[in-house]
Design a protein around this ligand. Structure first.
Ligand code: SF4
Length: 322
Protein backbone atom coordinates (compact mmCIF):
# COMPACT_ATOMS: atom_id res chain seq x y z
CA UNK A 1 0.00 0.00 0.00
CA UNK A 2 1.39 3.45 -0.89
CA UNK A 3 1.54 6.39 1.53
CA UNK A 4 -0.99 8.20 -0.62
CA UNK A 5 -3.46 5.35 -0.06
CA UNK A 6 -2.84 5.34 3.69
CA UNK A 7 -3.42 9.07 4.07
CA UNK A 8 -6.56 8.88 1.93
CA UNK A 9 -8.38 7.12 4.75
CA UNK A 10 -11.04 9.32 6.34
CA UNK A 11 -10.22 10.75 9.75
CA UNK A 12 -12.00 9.39 12.81
CA UNK A 13 -11.69 10.31 16.46
CA UNK A 14 -12.38 7.44 18.83
CA UNK A 15 -13.28 8.47 22.37
CA UNK A 16 -12.16 5.49 24.39
CA UNK A 17 -13.93 5.09 27.72
CA UNK A 18 -11.70 4.53 30.72
CA UNK A 19 -12.69 2.60 32.76
CA UNK A 20 -14.25 0.01 30.48
CA UNK A 21 -14.36 -3.79 30.32
CA UNK A 22 -13.50 -6.29 33.03
CA UNK A 23 -14.42 -5.49 36.63
CA UNK A 24 -12.92 -7.09 39.73
CA UNK A 25 -15.81 -9.56 40.11
CA UNK A 26 -15.36 -10.85 36.57
CA UNK A 27 -11.57 -11.15 36.90
CA UNK A 28 -12.05 -13.14 40.12
CA UNK A 29 -14.72 -15.45 38.64
CA UNK A 30 -12.61 -16.30 35.58
CA UNK A 31 -9.57 -16.91 37.78
CA UNK A 32 -11.60 -19.25 39.98
CA UNK A 33 -12.43 -21.45 36.98
CA UNK A 34 -8.84 -21.37 35.72
CA UNK A 35 -7.42 -22.25 39.14
CA UNK A 36 -10.03 -24.98 39.62
CA UNK A 37 -8.94 -26.57 36.34
CA UNK A 38 -5.31 -26.46 37.48
CA UNK A 39 -6.15 -27.76 40.94
CA UNK A 40 -8.59 -30.54 40.14
CA UNK A 41 -8.02 -31.13 36.41
CA UNK A 42 -10.71 -31.24 33.73
CA UNK A 43 -13.59 -31.41 33.61
CA UNK A 44 -14.77 -28.74 36.00
CA UNK A 45 -18.47 -27.93 35.78
CA UNK A 46 -19.73 -24.35 35.79
CA UNK A 47 -23.35 -23.63 36.56
CA UNK A 48 -24.45 -20.90 34.11
CA UNK A 49 -22.02 -18.83 32.01
CA UNK A 50 -19.36 -17.84 34.55
CA UNK A 51 -19.65 -14.29 33.17
CA UNK A 52 -21.84 -13.18 30.29
CA UNK A 53 -19.36 -13.31 27.45
CA UNK A 54 -19.08 -15.96 24.76
CA UNK A 55 -15.39 -15.32 24.13
CA UNK A 56 -14.62 -15.95 27.80
CA UNK A 57 -16.89 -18.98 28.03
CA UNK A 58 -15.47 -20.55 24.85
CA UNK A 59 -11.90 -20.01 26.12
CA UNK A 60 -12.66 -21.78 29.40
CA UNK A 61 -14.53 -24.54 27.61
CA UNK A 62 -11.41 -25.22 25.53
CA UNK A 63 -9.46 -25.61 28.79
CA UNK A 64 -11.90 -28.20 30.10
CA UNK A 65 -14.81 -26.34 31.71
CA UNK A 66 -18.28 -27.72 31.06
CA UNK A 67 -21.07 -25.16 31.23
CA UNK A 68 -24.51 -26.29 32.40
CA UNK A 69 -27.62 -24.43 33.44
CA UNK A 70 -28.65 -26.55 36.42
CA UNK A 71 -26.94 -28.56 39.11
CA UNK A 72 -28.75 -31.76 38.12
CA UNK A 73 -26.68 -31.73 34.91
CA UNK A 74 -23.47 -32.17 36.97
CA UNK A 75 -22.13 -35.47 38.26
CA UNK A 76 -21.59 -35.81 42.04
CA UNK A 77 -17.89 -36.49 41.71
CA UNK A 78 -16.64 -33.44 39.80
CA UNK A 79 -16.18 -29.89 41.12
CA UNK A 80 -18.82 -27.33 40.22
CA UNK A 81 -18.48 -23.56 40.21
CA UNK A 82 -21.36 -21.11 40.65
CA UNK A 83 -21.25 -18.06 38.38
CA UNK A 84 -20.41 -14.45 39.33
CA UNK A 85 -24.10 -13.52 39.23
CA UNK A 86 -24.94 -15.47 42.38
CA UNK A 87 -27.28 -18.38 43.01
CA UNK A 88 -30.42 -18.97 45.06
CA UNK A 89 -29.71 -20.53 48.46
CA UNK A 90 -31.27 -23.79 47.30
CA UNK A 91 -28.35 -24.38 44.90
CA UNK A 92 -25.45 -24.67 47.41
CA UNK A 93 -27.84 -26.48 49.75
CA UNK A 94 -28.47 -29.10 47.06
CA UNK A 95 -24.73 -29.35 46.29
CA UNK A 96 -24.06 -29.96 49.99
CA UNK A 97 -26.79 -32.58 50.15
CA UNK A 98 -25.14 -34.37 47.23
CA UNK A 99 -21.77 -34.02 48.92
CA UNK A 100 -20.36 -32.20 45.90
CA UNK A 101 -17.19 -30.13 45.81
CA UNK A 102 -18.37 -26.64 44.89
CA UNK A 103 -16.89 -23.15 44.64
CA UNK A 104 -19.05 -20.08 44.76
CA UNK A 105 -17.75 -17.43 42.33
CA UNK A 106 -20.51 -14.98 43.22
CA UNK A 107 -19.09 -11.45 43.08
CA UNK A 108 -18.60 -10.16 46.64
CA UNK A 109 -20.62 -7.08 45.70
CA UNK A 110 -23.57 -9.32 44.80
CA UNK A 111 -23.07 -11.28 48.04
CA UNK A 112 -23.24 -7.94 49.86
CA UNK A 113 -26.76 -7.43 48.48
CA UNK A 114 -27.70 -10.99 49.51
CA UNK A 115 -26.59 -10.27 53.08
CA UNK A 116 -28.45 -6.97 53.09
CA UNK A 117 -31.67 -8.73 52.01
CA UNK A 118 -31.28 -11.28 54.78
CA UNK A 119 -30.66 -8.58 57.40
CA UNK A 120 -33.76 -6.64 56.37
CA UNK A 121 -35.79 -9.82 56.39
CA UNK A 122 -34.51 -10.73 59.86
CA UNK A 123 -35.89 -7.35 61.04
CA UNK A 124 -39.30 -8.32 59.70
CA UNK A 125 -39.11 -6.21 56.55
CA UNK A 126 -40.41 -7.40 53.21
CA UNK A 127 -38.02 -6.62 50.35
CA UNK A 128 -38.66 -4.80 47.10
CA UNK A 129 -35.97 -5.70 44.59
CA UNK A 130 -35.36 -3.38 41.63
CA UNK A 131 -34.05 -5.62 38.88
CA UNK A 132 -34.71 -7.44 35.64
CA UNK A 133 -36.96 -10.46 35.71
CA UNK A 134 -35.20 -13.66 34.66
CA UNK A 135 -31.66 -12.27 35.01
CA UNK A 136 -29.55 -14.77 36.98
CA UNK A 137 -28.52 -12.12 39.51
CA UNK A 138 -32.16 -11.30 40.24
CA UNK A 139 -33.02 -14.99 40.51
CA UNK A 140 -30.07 -15.52 42.85
CA UNK A 141 -30.82 -12.54 45.07
CA UNK A 142 -34.55 -13.27 45.29
CA UNK A 143 -33.64 -16.87 46.08
CA UNK A 144 -31.88 -15.84 49.31
CA UNK A 145 -35.27 -15.59 50.98
CA UNK A 146 -38.43 -17.68 50.95
CA UNK A 147 -40.94 -17.10 48.15
CA UNK A 148 -43.07 -14.00 48.69
CA UNK A 149 -40.45 -12.21 50.81
CA UNK A 150 -39.00 -10.39 47.81
CA UNK A 151 -41.20 -8.44 45.38
CA UNK A 152 -39.60 -7.61 42.02
CA UNK A 153 -40.13 -4.23 40.35
CA UNK A 154 -38.67 -3.43 36.96
CA UNK A 155 -40.19 -0.01 36.23
CA UNK A 156 -41.78 3.04 37.86
CA UNK A 157 -45.14 1.68 36.69
CA UNK A 158 -44.60 -1.55 38.66
CA UNK A 159 -44.23 0.49 41.85
CA UNK A 160 -47.84 1.67 41.58
CA UNK A 161 -49.29 -1.84 41.49
CA UNK A 162 -47.30 -3.87 44.00
CA UNK A 163 -49.14 -4.98 47.11
CA UNK A 164 -46.75 -5.48 50.00
CA UNK A 165 -47.83 -7.24 53.16
CA UNK A 166 -47.32 -4.12 55.29
CA UNK A 167 -46.47 -0.84 53.47
CA UNK A 168 -44.68 0.40 56.58
CA UNK A 169 -42.35 -2.57 56.80
CA UNK A 170 -40.41 -2.49 53.57
CA UNK A 171 -36.82 -2.26 52.38
CA UNK A 172 -35.47 -2.03 48.87
CA UNK A 173 -32.40 -3.53 47.24
CA UNK A 174 -31.25 -3.43 43.62
CA UNK A 175 -29.46 -5.49 41.02
CA UNK A 176 -25.82 -4.33 40.82
CA UNK A 177 -25.79 -3.59 37.10
CA UNK A 178 -28.76 -1.26 36.59
CA UNK A 179 -28.89 2.18 35.02
CA UNK A 180 -28.13 4.70 37.77
CA UNK A 181 -30.67 7.22 36.43
CA UNK A 182 -33.53 4.75 35.81
CA UNK A 183 -33.00 3.26 39.25
CA UNK A 184 -33.08 6.70 40.89
CA UNK A 185 -36.53 7.25 39.34
CA UNK A 186 -37.80 3.91 40.62
CA UNK A 187 -36.39 4.59 44.09
CA UNK A 188 -38.09 8.01 44.10
CA UNK A 189 -41.41 6.35 43.17
CA UNK A 190 -40.96 3.79 45.96
CA UNK A 191 -40.18 6.49 48.51
CA UNK A 192 -43.18 8.53 47.39
CA UNK A 193 -45.55 5.60 47.76
CA UNK A 194 -43.89 4.01 50.81
CA UNK A 195 -42.28 6.82 52.84
CA UNK A 196 -41.06 4.37 55.50
CA UNK A 197 -39.13 2.19 53.03
CA UNK A 198 -35.55 1.47 54.10
CA UNK A 199 -32.74 1.75 51.53
CA UNK A 200 -29.24 0.26 51.34
CA UNK A 201 -26.50 1.82 53.52
CA UNK A 202 -24.37 2.10 50.45
CA UNK A 203 -25.59 1.99 46.86
CA UNK A 204 -26.20 -1.55 45.54
CA UNK A 205 -25.28 -0.59 41.99
CA UNK A 206 -21.61 -1.48 41.95
CA UNK A 207 -18.57 0.72 41.38
CA UNK A 208 -17.88 -0.87 37.97
CA UNK A 209 -21.40 -0.21 36.66
CA UNK A 210 -21.27 3.35 38.05
CA UNK A 211 -17.87 4.17 36.57
CA UNK A 212 -18.61 2.72 33.12
CA UNK A 213 -21.88 4.63 32.88
CA UNK A 214 -20.18 7.86 34.01
CA UNK A 215 -17.54 7.59 31.25
CA UNK A 216 -20.22 7.05 28.59
CA UNK A 217 -22.20 10.04 29.88
CA UNK A 218 -19.16 12.30 29.74
CA UNK A 219 -18.32 11.37 26.16
CA UNK A 220 -21.91 11.34 24.84
CA UNK A 221 -22.08 15.07 23.91
CA UNK A 222 -18.81 14.75 21.96
CA UNK A 223 -19.66 11.72 19.83
CA UNK A 224 -21.90 10.94 16.88
CA UNK A 225 -22.05 7.21 17.58
CA UNK A 226 -21.33 4.86 20.47
CA UNK A 227 -20.24 1.25 20.31
CA UNK A 228 -20.31 -0.90 23.43
CA UNK A 229 -18.45 -4.19 23.30
CA UNK A 230 -20.48 -6.74 25.21
CA UNK A 231 -22.89 -9.64 25.06
CA UNK A 232 -26.65 -9.27 24.52
CA UNK A 233 -27.30 -11.07 27.83
CA UNK A 234 -24.90 -8.79 29.71
CA UNK A 235 -27.04 -6.42 31.77
CA UNK A 236 -24.36 -3.81 32.40
CA UNK A 237 -23.38 -3.74 28.70
CA UNK A 238 -27.00 -3.19 27.64
CA UNK A 239 -27.31 -0.42 30.21
CA UNK A 240 -24.26 1.35 28.71
CA UNK A 241 -26.01 1.46 25.34
CA UNK A 242 -29.15 2.88 26.99
CA UNK A 243 -27.14 5.44 28.96
CA UNK A 244 -25.46 6.57 25.72
CA UNK A 245 -28.83 7.01 24.02
CA UNK A 246 -30.36 8.77 27.01
CA UNK A 247 -27.37 11.14 27.11
CA UNK A 248 -28.14 12.20 23.55
CA UNK A 249 -25.92 9.99 21.41
CA UNK A 250 -27.88 9.52 18.17
CA UNK A 251 -26.55 6.03 17.43
CA UNK A 252 -25.62 3.57 20.19
CA UNK A 253 -25.08 -0.11 19.50
CA UNK A 254 -23.90 -3.23 21.26
CA UNK A 255 -21.31 -5.28 19.37
CA UNK A 256 -19.97 -8.65 20.48
CA UNK A 257 -16.93 -8.38 18.23
CA UNK A 258 -15.67 -6.21 15.37
CA UNK A 259 -17.65 -8.44 12.99
CA UNK A 260 -20.90 -6.95 14.34
CA UNK A 261 -20.06 -3.36 13.40
CA UNK A 262 -22.58 -1.97 10.94
CA UNK A 263 -20.19 0.08 8.80
CA UNK A 264 -22.99 1.51 6.70
CA UNK A 265 -24.83 2.85 9.72
CA UNK A 266 -21.78 4.81 10.86
CA UNK A 267 -20.69 5.98 7.42
CA UNK A 268 -19.74 9.65 7.49
CA UNK A 269 -19.36 9.68 11.27
CA UNK A 270 -16.20 11.50 12.41
CA UNK A 271 -16.29 10.88 16.15
CA UNK A 272 -17.21 7.67 17.81
CA UNK A 273 -17.30 6.52 21.44
CA UNK A 274 -16.08 3.08 22.45
CA UNK A 275 -16.69 1.30 25.73
CA UNK A 276 -17.04 -2.28 26.93
CA UNK A 277 -19.22 -3.99 29.49
CA UNK A 278 -17.78 -5.46 32.68
CA UNK A 279 -17.63 -8.98 31.21
CA UNK A 280 -16.04 -8.03 27.87
CA UNK A 281 -12.31 -8.81 27.53
CA UNK A 282 -9.95 -6.13 26.25
CA UNK A 283 -8.90 -8.34 23.32
CA UNK A 284 -12.36 -7.73 21.81
CA UNK A 285 -11.93 -3.96 22.23
CA UNK A 286 -8.56 -4.25 20.49
CA UNK A 287 -10.29 -6.13 17.66
CA UNK A 288 -12.75 -3.25 17.23
CA UNK A 289 -9.95 -0.65 17.31
CA UNK A 290 -8.00 -2.59 14.68
CA UNK A 291 -11.06 -2.86 12.45
CA UNK A 292 -11.42 0.92 12.64
CA UNK A 293 -7.72 1.44 11.92
CA UNK A 294 -8.07 -0.58 8.73
CA UNK A 295 -10.74 1.80 7.45
CA UNK A 296 -9.91 5.12 9.07
CA UNK A 297 -7.05 7.37 10.04
CA UNK A 298 -7.78 6.97 13.76
CA UNK A 299 -7.04 9.43 16.53
CA UNK A 300 -7.70 7.94 19.99
CA UNK A 301 -8.78 10.14 22.90
CA UNK A 302 -9.05 8.45 26.27
CA UNK A 303 -11.98 9.63 28.35
CA UNK A 304 -10.79 8.98 31.88
CA UNK A 305 -13.43 9.45 34.54
CA UNK A 306 -12.22 7.18 37.34
CA UNK A 307 -9.26 5.11 38.38
CA UNK A 308 -10.12 1.61 39.50
CA UNK A 309 -7.94 -0.41 41.83
CA UNK A 310 -10.50 -2.85 43.22
CA UNK A 311 -9.60 -6.51 43.55
CA UNK A 312 -11.26 -9.34 45.44
CA UNK A 313 -9.70 -12.22 47.35
CA UNK A 314 -10.07 -15.76 46.07
CA UNK A 315 -12.46 -17.97 48.07
CA UNK A 316 -10.62 -19.89 50.78
CA UNK A 317 -10.97 -23.24 49.02
CA UNK A 318 -9.00 -21.86 46.05
CA UNK A 319 -6.20 -20.67 48.32
CA UNK A 320 -5.79 -24.05 50.01
CA UNK A 321 -3.49 -26.67 48.48
CA UNK A 322 -5.24 -29.42 46.49
S1 SF4 B 1 -20.39 -5.77 37.50
FE1 SF4 B 1 -20.12 -5.19 39.66
S2 SF4 B 1 -21.35 -6.66 40.81
FE2 SF4 B 1 -21.10 -7.49 38.73
S3 SF4 B 1 -19.30 -8.81 38.87
FE3 SF4 B 1 -18.58 -6.79 38.27
S4 SF4 B 1 -18.03 -5.75 40.20
FE4 SF4 B 1 -19.31 -7.51 40.70
Amino acid sequence: MTDAMVTSKPKLTIHLADPRGFCAGVVRAIEIVERALEKWGAPVYVRHEIVHNRHVVDGLREKGAIFVEELDECPDDRPVIFSAHGVPKAVPAEAERRNMLFVDATCPLVSKVHIEAERHSARGLQIVMIGHEGHPETIGTMGQLPKGEVILVETVKDVAVIEPRDPEKLAFITQTTLSIDDTAEIVAALQARFPEIVGPHKEDICYATTNRQAAVKVMAPEIEALLVVGAPNSSNSQRLVEVGRAAGCPYAMLVQTAADIDWRAIEGVRSIGLSAGASAPEVLVDGVLNAFRERYDVDIRRVVTAEENVSFKMPRIMREPA
